[in-house]
Write a protein that binds this ligand. Structure first.
Ligand code: GLN
Length: 238
């Protein structure tokens, strides 16, 4: 079995390095002896419907509008999620999953994909800088997530969406203490980094959700990853 990871619209949502998330997911599968295939899809092309994980990344306002139009036109992402695929969305990708978001200086309201019960509006100050959050994992234990946030839009969660994590340092969703959103098969967050390179436990959570089974922790790469995490935690708390 090959796990298909679908990297959606790099030409629109690929300017913050979030494509690295696809590499982390693929490599952590391969290290476990599971075949992985990263499929890159551009606007105008048909998304595969048999992907296990779909990835959306950060991008600029106008690109968000185009991405929504293209994803709605094809409809394959909705089909795949209906079949149980996982969507992991970062920043602009997160915002477009909501009901609405705003773009440009005049804050024009745009329709999102409606996959998350969230709304995004321009906030009082642009959130730029290191972010540190605490993520409570499904087993009740916690893990810290580090990354870099860079967004003008502030996201408010409705009752159907649950926050992914609590903010320790940074702005997160809207400065109110929550970060990211989880609803059904959709997991969304603001941090770049790429966030899954900095926080491989989050990568493994997505893989477990996509595969529907528990994966053994990996010792491979663990020292290097622990070193990087120590460095980033020290930096954000400086
Ligand atoms: N344009 C969006 C905002 O500023 C998303 C930015 C991003 O993806 N980094 O809120």
């Amino acid at each position: 079995m090959t796990v298909k990871i679908v990297l959606v619209y790099q030409s629109l949502l690929g300017i913050y390095g979030d494509q690295g998330n696809s590499k982390v997911l693929a490599r952590r599968l391969q290290w476990r002896g599971i075949d992985a295939d990263v499929v890159m899809v551009e606007p105008g092309e048909t998304l595969p419907r048999d992907g296990s994980i779909y990835l959306l990344g950060g991008g600029e306002d106008n690109a968000q509008t185009t991405a929504v139009r293209e994803l709605r036109r094809g409809g394959e992402l909705f089909d795949a999620l209906g079949e149980g695929a996982i969507l992991f969305a970062v920043c602009a990708g997160y915002q477009i999953c909501g009901h609405t978001f705003t773009i440009g200086e005049n804050d024009e309201v745009r329709e999102g994909l409606g996959l998350l019960d969230v709304e995004t509006r321009r906030g009082p100050v642009r959130a730029v800088g290191e972010i540190l959050t605490t993520w409570t994992k499904p087993d009740g234990t916690t893990s810290q997530i580090t990354g870099f946030e860079n967004h003008g839009g502030y996201t408010t969660l409705g009752s159907q969406a649950s926050p992914l994590a609590r903010v320790e340092i940074g702005v997160g969703n809207d400065g109110g203490g929550t970060e990211g959103a989880v609803q059904g098969n959709v997991v969304a967050t603001y941090p770049h980094g790429p966030v899954l390179a900095r926080n491989p436990e989050l990568a493994d959570y997505l893989l477990q959700r996509a595969l529907g089974r528990t994966l053994e922790p990996l010792s491979r790469g663990a020292d290097e990853i622990a070193g990087l995490r120590r460095e980033r935690l020290a930096f954000v708390r400086r």
